[in-house]
Design a protein around this ligand. Structure first.
Ligand SMILES: [Zn+2]
Length: 232
């Protein structure tokens, strides 16, 4: 299985997961024009699009996706918040299938109506990808995971030094996004013996440090795991 980032920040998120037989988009929070461009103007290989929640930086192009014949999967809460009856509703704990991919949504914690993360298993190559962004924490461990794509949004120490950040924004960040220490604590609970790559997603512009985040994460994941920061 491969995981590719097309965009990863609060300005927009969009990723591709593929096992060679089935390719899907994870999020469509950038312009449809940009998605098409990033995919070489060929959407025919994309079998579906999973959307974690309704915020614009994740769901901007939902209608364009649907109009171009790509099935969009999201929770009922997300579909309601987007006021879109054309989304295929999925729910935490109920597995569904897109081509050769078996997808298990799970609950995440964010200031959205019914946010989800996704565990994606390929029947083609037997690999497992966990995708979770925009969540203060994670409640599941994922045995045998091969690829992890997780939010690493901010560092509390850097955030505390962002004097110009309005209190309201600061409050929102700390109550809806993943702090680097929380991520490290979570990573310690996982069996990463089969994990090949850890992708760090959605780094905050104001309150993160790519270098420090890699260092921090390296201290808690086994040597064989590659750590990649997904750039804007
Ligand atoms: Zn969000």
């Amino acid at each position: 299985m491969t995981f590719t980032s097309l965009a990863s920040s609060s300005r927009g998120n969009c990723y591709v997961a593929s096992d060679g037989e089935t390719a899907i988009l994870l999020e469509c929070g950038i312009s449809f024009r940009r998605i098409k461009k990033e995919l070489g103007f060929d959407l025919s290989t994309i079998r579906g699009c999973l959307v974690s929640h309704e915020h614009k930086d994740h769901a901007k192009s939902v209608m364009d996706m649907i109009k171009s014949g790509i099935e969009v999967f999201a929770s009922e809460g997300t579909a309601e918040a987007l006021d879109c009856a054309l989304i295929t509703p999925v729910e935490a704990g109920a597995q569904f299938r897109v081509g050769s991919l078996e997808i298990m949504p799970f609950r995440t914690w964010h200031d959205a109506k019914e946010p989800l993360g996704f565990l994606i298993y390929s029947r083609q190559d037997g690999e497992r990808l966990v995708f979770a962004t925009d969540t203060v924490n994670l409640g599941h461990t994922f045995p045998g995971v091969n690829l992890l794509a997780l939010e690493a949004n901010y560092d509390k120490d850097i955030l505390d030094r962002c004097e110009r950040m309005p209190e309201k924004v600061r409050h929102r960040v700390t109550n809806s996004h993943m702090e680097i220490q929380s991520l490290c604590r979570y990573l310690r609970t996982l069996d990463l013996s089969a994990c090949r790559v850890l992708y760090l997603l959605h780094l905050s512009n104001a309150a993160s440090s790519e270098g420090r985040f890699i260092e921090r994460v390296r201290q808690v994941v086994p040597q064989h795991v590659r750590v990649i920061v997904c750039e804007e």
